[in-house]
Design a protein. Structure first.
Length: 155
């Protein structure tokens, strides 16, 4: 987290502790001190496949929970297969996908679209293809951006 945000160890730890406390109040478990920043390309390939099976939300939720609260290693294929299976995705399809390069082009297309929108890190959001929100923002900022995008679209 330090390197992504340009923070020294102290402020990074304080930010993680603050986020943990805030999300606990929302009924979520965020333990970013446990998070393992890894190459998540294969996890994104599995998400693409899950969408084709109507399981994108379930798989995304399970992977995010594993990353933000459990310290799961999301580049490890054994871990990925177990997590997506918990979300209802077929184990045999997950294993087969991870042995090849299926959905790599779709993930690369998503990455290219993010770059075109100026996304350089996570979390980020692009609203209506035009308004980019970088970083974790308070609800009032998100609401303002949604209103601006809606106003722009309805002129």
């Amino acid at each position: 987290m330090r390197q992504d945000l340009g923070l020294s160890a102290g402020p990074a730890a304080e930010g993680a502790a603050s986020l943990t406390a805030f999300t606990t109040g929302l009924g979520l478990t965020y333990r970013l001190d446990r998070a393992r920043p890894v190459n998540s390309f294969d996890a994104h390939r599995l998400l693409q496949a899950a969408a084709g099976h109507g399981l994108a939300d379930q798989v995304r939720e399970r992977l995010m929970r594993a990353y933000t609260g459990e310290g799961a290693h999301l580049a490890d294929h054994t871990t990925l297969v177990a997590l997506v299976a918990e979300a209802g995705f077929p184990v045999d399809i997950a294993r087969s996908l991870l042995r090849g390069d299926n959905y790599a082009e779709a993930v690369r297309a998503d990455e290219a679209a993010a770059r075109r929108h100026g996304v350089t890190g996570v979390p980020s959001a692009v609203i209506a293809g035009q308004r980019r929100i970088a970083g974790a923002q308070p609800a009032h900022v998100l609401l303002r951006e949604l209103r601006l995008a809606w106003h722009s679209a309805t002129r």
